[in-house]
Design a protein around this ligand. Structure first.
Ligand code: NAP
Length: 315
């Protein structure tokens, strides 16, 4: 029977346990995927910690919202965003629920073709962060010639945002730990260390300020520096620091009260992002893989805040 990681309480990643669960046969517009890699995201820890509610009727929890794998069964009306889906197709599943598993049955609308040029691990780590970065750029109208500050440029969302902003012809200044500066420079961004004195370091590089600031970190420091450097608050957006963003009037994107989920825009970005990654124009950096059974350790690494790229589970 396929193995799946579940949690029977809201006690965080440590409550995860391996279970044998039969995979549901696909309905008419569903497919079953034999999972070859699962993306691990900070949101999974939030689910397991009950950040989004502790309703016991939601137990057991099935974390994991992005996977890559091969279709093993398909309903008669299984048509995804790129067309009909058949057994044997190599696919990416996003957004799914219960991705920490060897096999899952999901709506065909969540299943997209994986380019042969994209590895399983990269494919499993592409879309959650990719669509989030795309939303940040769209919400602030990043375009040719814009000067864009990206907080957390070496993080998974931030690194995607750096690359997408460069593809749009923007000048990018990105905050990161010193060890990540070479990476950012290689992808055309100007790195800056975060921490005390951030505004002064940014002003030294940007005496006329910046057009846009994108926050993937969520600290008051990142949002306050954004407000200090960007005159138009409509061009400041965060996916992580909602309280401070509300105080300064910046845009809040994603799940949460008062935030714009941007669901249609994000789902519409999936195919273009896959095409970019397939052509090698958008890189997913994989930091580390873990066996499925070690999902709690994988989430602990992500929780430290400096994973150095995507963390992936291998069933
Ligand atoms: N709202 C949404 O729709 C949405 C979607 C996806 C993610 N998120 C949120 O976005 C955040 C980032 O996600 P992710 O997957 O990109 O995480 P990640 O890969 O773990 O990246 C975290 C980044 O934060 C940086 N960082 C850590 N502490 C910092 C500090 N004190 N000041 C400045 N930078 C700091 C790290 O930089 P260094 O490694 O260079 O030190 C790292 O690049 C998380 O809070 C996540 O929950 C929200």
């Amino acid at each position: 029977m396929p193995r799946v990681m579940i949690a029977r309480s809201f006690d965080g990643p440590e409550a995860l346990e391996l279970a044998d669960e039969p995979t549901r046969a696909p309905g008419a517009d569903e497919v079953t995927i034999s999972v070859l890699a699962s993306g691990v995201n900070p949101a999974d820890a939030k689910l397991l910690n009950g950040v989004w509610g502790r309703n016991p009727s939601r137990l057991p929890l099935h974390p994991g919202s992005e996977v890559s794998g091969v279709v093993t069964a398909a309903g008669p009306d299984a048509v995804g965003p790129a067309g009909p889906i058949a057994v044997g197709d190599e696919v990416i599943g996003y957004r799914v629920s219960g991705g920490y598993a060897e096999e899952i049955t999901v709506a065909a609308s969540s299943v997209l073709p994986k380019p042969a040029s994209l590895g399983w691990e990269e494919a499993a780590g592409l879309l959650l962060t990719g669509v989030t970065a795309f939303h940040l750029l769209e919400a602030t109208g990043v375009g040719e010639g814009d000067v864009v500050i990206i907080h957390g440029g070496a993080g998974s969302v931030g690194f995607a945002a750096v690359q997408l902003a460069r593809l749009r012809g923007a000048r990018v200044i990105a905050t990161a730990s010193e060890r990540n500066h070479g990476l950012l420079e290689a992808f055309g961004a100007e790195p800056v260390v975060y921490g005390d004195g951030l505004v002064d370091r940014l002003r030294a590089l940007l005496p006329d300020g910046a057009d846009v600031a994108l926050d993937t970190v969520g600290t008051d420091e990142a949002l306050d520096a954004s407000a200090a450097l960007v005159a138009d608050v409509d061009r400041i957006a965060t996916v992580a620091g909602f309280e401070r963003a509300a105080e300064i009037g910046a845009k809040r994107l994603g799940g949460g009260a008062g935030a714009d989920p941007g669901t249609e825009l994000r789902m519409g970005a999936r195919l273009p992002l896959i095409e970019l990654a397939g052509r090698g124009e958008l890189t997913v950096r994989v930091a580390r893989t873990y066996p499925l059974a070690e999902a709690a350790a994988a989430l602990a690494l992500v929780g430290e805040g400096h994973p150095g790229g995507k963390v992936i589970l291998l069933p």
